[in-house]
Design a protein around this ligand. Sequence first.
Ligand code: UDP
Length: 396
Amino acid sequence: MKNNDYDAIVIGAGFSGAVAAREIADSGKKVLIIEKRKQIGGNMYECFDKDGIRIHLYGPHIFHTNNEDVFRYLKRFANFYKYEHKVIGKIKNRLVPIPFNYKSLDILFNKTEATEIKKKLSELYPNIHKISVLELVNNNDETIKKFGEYVYENVFANYTAKQWGIPVSKIDKSVINRVPVVLGYDDRYFDDKIQYMPEDGFTELFKNMLESENIDIKLNTNILDIIKLRDGKTYIADKEYINPIIFTGAVDEFLEYKYGRLPYRSLNLVFENYKVDKFQENSVVNYPNEEEFTRITEFKYLTKQRTDRNTTILKEYPIMYNEETAKKSDPYYPIQNEKNMETYNKYKNELEKYNNIYLVGRLAEYKYYNMDIAIERALNLTSEIMEEKEWKIKSK
Ligand code: UDP
């Protein structure tokens, strides 16, 4: 089939693109996915390393949601096992649960202090299970304020400065608030109702999702080699292409950086292999303070792979994503602030002039979405497109 003949083109084979492609394919329409990497799965991609350990090549990805529809949708493509993620962090040379909770408090404070803080918290916030550290820091009660400052300094300030390369005071509050302080003993990293991982990993899930006679995939392919943008119209091989183009990549790259580069944080991912059963006591250990890396993930805990001879870990060293680092790294985290949103909006406004181009996903929307939100947004967008086109989902 020629590129021009597809009913829709999807750019990117991460969750946003794969879900959009599958939905359109299920309505009997032909879809072409263009992916610049040599494999599908976006940043969820998993593979086996030289020691046969299954790793998340672009850093750990853990699925959690409160959206039952999203989970039901994913279950069409994989079996899942329950996995409630827990994180511990090295604070003052002790390993304590993160999010900071009453267990962490009991470890780091003496009994009298811990009792007083817990008593005050339960008086001030009855029936509240989690709270922003910023709320504690701004509390009028001296004990609670001091406690908040302790958590802020020891858990958030240095980690955030490392992760984002700017002082914690400059970071959007929504980033900090992804990790609350828990007012109780629940030591799970997420409190969503649904916390599951795909039994054979994300790559297999993606393979099943994209397994359709209506989907073709071109890997290792740069979008600009196929699609040209000119004055509000899209062209493939010099012929105008009027069908939907669902774009999930970075908008600045799509428009050849004409308004400058959009800043992203990235990671230098350093994998290490060890000839031991286990390296650490938990899937993820955070290092907010002294170390240069932010966290160490040991994959066996996430994937439940059984092998007692080897283990593979990942250390994450935050870096800036720019022209220089782009060859070796990827744009992982959009840095949301007023200035960057202004730049982003220039790209978005320009792309909106093309009425067959749709933007969806973490990169294309320049938003720090979790997997479930990306999936939900891709489902919503495709149902809008299909409604408009009167393409109907056939029975699945
Ligand atoms: N964070 C922190 N200390 C921690 C864990 C997280 O300060 O021990 C802050 C930090 O700013 C980080 C944000 O919370 O960027 C979100 O953390 P999350 O674990 O959600 O990040 P991701 O897994 O998406 O990298």
